[in-house]
Design a binder for this molecule. Structure first.
Ligand code: HEC
Length: 117
């Protein structure tokens, strides 16, 4: 029972963080390059569903300026604006983006179905 409660609380916390992450992702304009669903494009990497720990590490390294790829200068100013907590929230959102998307699709589908006729 206790484990179950802890499980529920942990689940609720990660849902809250992911929602906050989506707001931050929009607020800082990340979608402008990486896409509204973090799907990426020919010039910008996809972020959706990459492992949370990988995303956190990358964002911290851009923030610290320790990544020296050709195009890291494009990404660095955006990472520099993020606090550690914001990086975690954005990573929570990005790592779980597919599930969010499917859930939303399902809800939209239901709404559309009942008001359609
Ligand atoms: C002006 C365009 C631009 C914006 C805006 C931008 N990025 Fe990026 N981002 C890039 C580019 C270009 C790269 C690849 C850089 C490289 O090659 O090292 C990148 C790389 C990344 C990576 C590493 C991806 C990987 O697979 O290694 C992450 C994570 C990331 N961005 C997150 C973000 C977040 C979060 C934001 C918003 C705070 C953001 N980006 C805003 C252009 C952008």
């Amino acid at each position: 029972m206790r484990d179950f409660l802890i499980f529920l609380i942990a689940g609720a916390i990660s849902v809250v963080c992911a929602a906050e992450g989506e707001v931050l992702y929009m607020k800082y304009g990340c979608y402008g390059c990486h896409g509204a669903k973090a799907e990426g494009s020919a010039s910008f990497p996809k972020l959706a569903n990459k492992p949370r720990s990988y995303l956190i590490k990358k964002l911290q390294d851009y923030k610290k300026g320790t990544i020296h790829s050709n195009r890291a200068d494009i990404m660095q100013p955006f990472a520099k604006k993020l606090s550690y907590k914001e990086i975690e929230a954005i990573a929570d959102y990005l790592a779980n983006i597919k599930e969010n998307h499917e859930e939303r699709y399902y809800q939209e589908f239901e709404v559309g179905d009942s008001s359609g006729s």
